[in-house]
Design a protein around this ligand. Structure first.
Ligand code: SDX
Length: 428
């Protein structure tokens, strides 16, 4: 359904159509604005810009709602599993039992990476940040899989999607093993997705490794929470890279690179370091004051969100998972959790955070959980990238299959020098 809007510019009236979505804000179609007025819109950070039409994920930031293909995140986290969520994000419906079995078999039997990838890892210093290894190794997949980089072929797109979802945990575990100087552990096809990942990270050749089912379930839920999130910075990066026709592995590598930033996926690593720096609840007021000080660049990592102006629904589930994992591991009182809970309590009653609608986001509690599971801080964003790969792939696939898609090419407001003549160096 659409209606019209008119814009008076330079004595002319410009008619623009308003397009309504199935739910959520309508959009003003400005695609003819430049042709008709010679002007661009101006929206740094894209706070008021819809870059595309999508059917995958819906967020209502004021109500704290997150839907994957219409299903509330709370229900998927409670009743579903990560591979079922992958199927849902990719194909739009929850799988039937046979579809689920076929999909899980397909993913499971693509988890190995080319053996020569191991030599590729040898080129890194052992203390390289695992995210730098992920950017490189995900991009390198396009060097091994030429048979699934023709994006115009739906079969190759499907194979590339399966390979990406299947191999990202293997590469993530290899990045971790390489960083701690332990041998790589091959995937085991008799384990489910998250249990397989835990084993590839924490098993060693010298003894048997039994996956803790409570931790595997918790990690699987954490992956569900991180799977997709509308047109966030890294997803928009993947879409823009994909709009040029770049192969899917290169596009996902671009997404990994963008996610690494501390304002985005890197916030889980930064949030844990912040909690460690605060150390004890009595030091919280000092950090709250710093976060409110305009002259201090310090921000409460894990707080605030471009879209959520209410509690991030994922953070609530994350907090519950944190308590479950700490209980399973017999961690009675984690000082970091004490600091996090007290920091949240103080911030949510502070007028600065209330006025600016700053609430904990998904990154606020995830670090405490992942640290308790045995992951080093440097692996937190790697796990975010692992889970978000399916969202990136689903959004990339939707864009490629959209008949109206074109290469993304934004314009600018130029405020530099007007035309001027060259000055020979002798006259400068
Ligand atoms: C993720 O987009 C997504 O969906 C991302 C994500 C996903 O799943 O893909 O949800 C994952 O990236 C979650 C966000 C993780 N980042 C952090 O936790 C880093 C800390 N938070 C911020 O840097 C910030 O809140 C952002 C980046 C998340 C949002 O930034 P915006 O929307 O550009 O908001 P802003 O920077 O303009 O802040 C608005 C105001 C500012 O004050 P004023 O200039 O209006 O006076 O709020 C203040 C900011 O100074 N503010 C904070 C704050 N976040 C915003 N003040 C203190 N601590 C904070 N964390």
């Amino acid at each position: 359904m659409s209606s019209e809007a008119s814009l008076a510019i330079g004595g002319k009236s410009l008619e623009m159509s308003i397009k309504d979505g199935s739910i959520g804000p309508s959009v003003l179609d400005i695609s003819k604005l430049y042709a008709q007025t010679g002007m661009f819109t101006y929206d740094p950070g894209f706070t008021s810009t819809a870059s595309c039409e999508s059917k995958i994920t819906y967020i209502d930031g004021d109500e704290g709602i997150l839907l994957y293909r219409g299903y509330p995140i709370e229900q998927l986290a409670e009743h579903g599993d990560f591979l079922e969520t992958c199927y849902l994000l990719l194909y739009g419906e929850l799988p039937t039992p046979s579809q689920r079995e076929d999909f899980n078999y397909n993913v499971t039997h693509h988890t190995m990476v080319h053996e020569q990838m191991m030599r590729f890892f040898q080129g890194f210093r052992r203390d390289a940040h695992p995210m730098s290894v992920m950017v490189a190794s995900v991009g390198a997949l396009s060097a091994f899989y030429h048979d699934s980089t023709d994006i115009s072929d739906p079969t190759q797109r499907m194979i590339a999607s399966m390979r990406m979802i299947a191999k990202i945990p293997t590469l993530a575990a290899m990045a971790y093993k390489y960083s701690v100087g332990q041998p790589f552990v091959y995937p085991q096809n008799n384990l489910d997705y998250s249990a397989n990942f835990l084993r590839m990270c924490f098993a060693v050749p010298c003894e048997d490794y039994q996956v803790n089912p409570v931790l595997a379930r918790a990690l699987d839920r954490i992956f569900i929470l991180h799977a997709d999130h509308e047109q966030n910075a890294s997803t928009s990066t993947v879409r823009l890279a994909g709009s040029s026709g770049a192969n899917p592995f290169a596009c996902i590598a671009a997404g990994v690179a963008c996610l690494w930033g501390p304002a985005h996926g890197g916030a889980n690593e930064a949030a844990l370091k912040m909690l460690q720096e605060i150390g004890t609840p009595d030091r919280i007021p000092h950090y709250i004051a710093r976060a409110k000080d305009k002259n201090d660049p310090f921000r409460l990592m894990g707080f605030g969100h471009r879209v959520y102006k209410n509690y991030d629904p994922r953070a609530k589930i994350m907090q519950k998972t944190t308590h479950e994992v700490l209980k399973e591991l017999g961690v009675k009182d984690d000082p970091l959790l004490d600091v996090a809970m007290e920091l949240e309590r103080i911030a949510l009653h502070d007028s600065y955070f209330i006025e600016k609608k700053l609430y904990p986001n998904i990154d606020f509690y995830s670090g405490i959980t992942l640290k308790a599971m045995g992951f080093p801080t440097s692996m937190f964003t790697v796990l975010f990238a692992l889970a978000r790969t399916v969202g990136w792939i689903a959004q990339w696939k939707e864009m490629i299959e959209d008949p109206s898609q074109r290469i993304g090419r934004p314009r600018q407001l130029y405020t530099g020098e007007a035309k001027r003549d060259y000055i020979p160096v002798a006259k400068r």
